[in-house]
Design a protein around this ligand. Sequence first.
Ligand code: ZN
Ligand code: ZN
Length: 379
Amino acid sequence: MSEGERVAAVARLLGERELDALLVSGPANVRYLSNYTGSNGLALIASTESARPHLFLTDFRYATQAEQQVPGCLEREISTGDLLESVCLQLRGWEGGDAQDGGQRRAARRLGFDDAHLTVAQHRRLGDLLEGASWELEPCGGLVESLREIKDPEELRRIGAAAQLADEALRAVLERGLAGRSEREVAIALELQMRRLGAEGPSFPAIVAAGAHGALPHAEPRDAQIPVGVLVTIDWGATLDGYCSDCTRTFAVGHADGLAREVYELVLAAQRTGLDALRAGRSGREVDADARAVIERAGYGEQFGHGLGHGVGIEVHEAPRLSRTAPEEQLVRAGTVVTVEPGVYLPGRVGVRIEDLVSVTAEGCRVLNGLSKELTVLD
Ligand code: ZN
Ligand code: ZN
């Protein structure tokens, strides 16, 4: 899907919601609609009904980059000052043409904004800049995100390529084993290897957590050496061509004791149940509940304190969510890319998480990463 088709889809959605325009400020949303990768860029999408041009605004530092990246469906404006001020000047200009209709003043126009991204200060400023103009501000978070949820074939290809690159990087890093290396050293080697293989960077700071440290779901890698006889959880991903991957594997170093094996097999069973439960048309809550039930039946329900999974795309965490707290009516749609990542965390003792990145289809799902999930014992 070209940026032009994406912009047109947003313009149609605005009409359905009786909005005249949408101010897009979230960097991932801006990128999705304009292909622009710099910072300080805004898009102003006009509703189909308004028949106004769509705009992309940035400042002079990014003029050349915008010229190279932003397609013709968006008129480029290089602002000499504050972008919000430039946007509001444009919006005030809308009024001149048709403010009067048979002597009657037109009802207020409605401007949607990314309420998940615009700061409170920016929102206030927008209100000040439009003071006295016939524009009302309407929170519109999730509008562009709902389009981003469904990946087209090119996006699926990029996410799959990012997942394969991340796999390859970890395979290379694990050739030297884990025992005696520090968590930090392994994390750095992994990030470096992903860059060497062509990634723009890691999609988030890699997690390498050994033993009891693995019982912290978002553990930060430490300088401590990884001993023999522990599990090590590695959660990592690459960004390639603007798209993220996300995967977790838990390995045994040297050998694994009975408890570690028991928890590992339980999480693996829950993860496989989650994959089997996932297909278009089911709700994120149902899929989470199916996988969670496996862990609850074994008595470890309290130790699985996070959601089963999340959407992945331009951002490593995006819509939809597979979770107990996801909206009940939110159904997983075909073309979505999500993670399936149950975990069990026993504080002070052991932690296991196993995460696959999958693309959802009408019949089920396709796993995009390729490393084995059988408990692997490394040196
Ligand atoms: Zn992850
Ligand atoms: Zn994840």
